[in-house]
Design a protein. Structure first.
Length: 113
């Protein structure tokens, strides 16, 4: 069977799984695994099944994400975000479009701190 036919069958199955209401990631994992297994063989598919989650979890982006969330929580609970926004609202909130400008200025103050 041609590789393109496997791709089209996988796409149809993926759309069917999404039509059932499952999240894209839940449907994409098994469809990709079975498609890779049919095209390259089951041993390389099992090797990829072991390697891919580790390389995804060990990426720099995902290691920074929990610390970024922690920083945001600390800034929120300390009142830094509310204070920066209130100061910006008092400075330029009375102008036309002041809400948007105060939001941008508050974000800039938070980024500078």
């Amino acid at each position: 069977m041609d590789n393109a036919i496997f791709g089209w069958i996988g796409l149809i199955i993926l759309f069917a799984v999404m039509a059932l209401g499952l999240p894209i990631g839940v449907g994409l994992g098994p469809v990709g695994f079975v498609g890779f297994g049919l095209l390259e063989g089951w041993k390389p598919a099992l090797v990829q099944l072991g390697i891919t989650p580790f390389t995804s979890a060990a990426s720099y982006t995902l290691t920074v994400l929990p610390l970024f969330i922690l920083m945001g929580e600390l800034a929120f609970h300390s009142g830094l975000i509310r204070g920066a926004y209130n100061a910006a609202q008092k400075w330029i909130g009375h102008f036309s479009g002041g809400l948007a400008m105060a939001t941008i200025l508050g974000c800039a103050a938070f980024a500078a701190s």
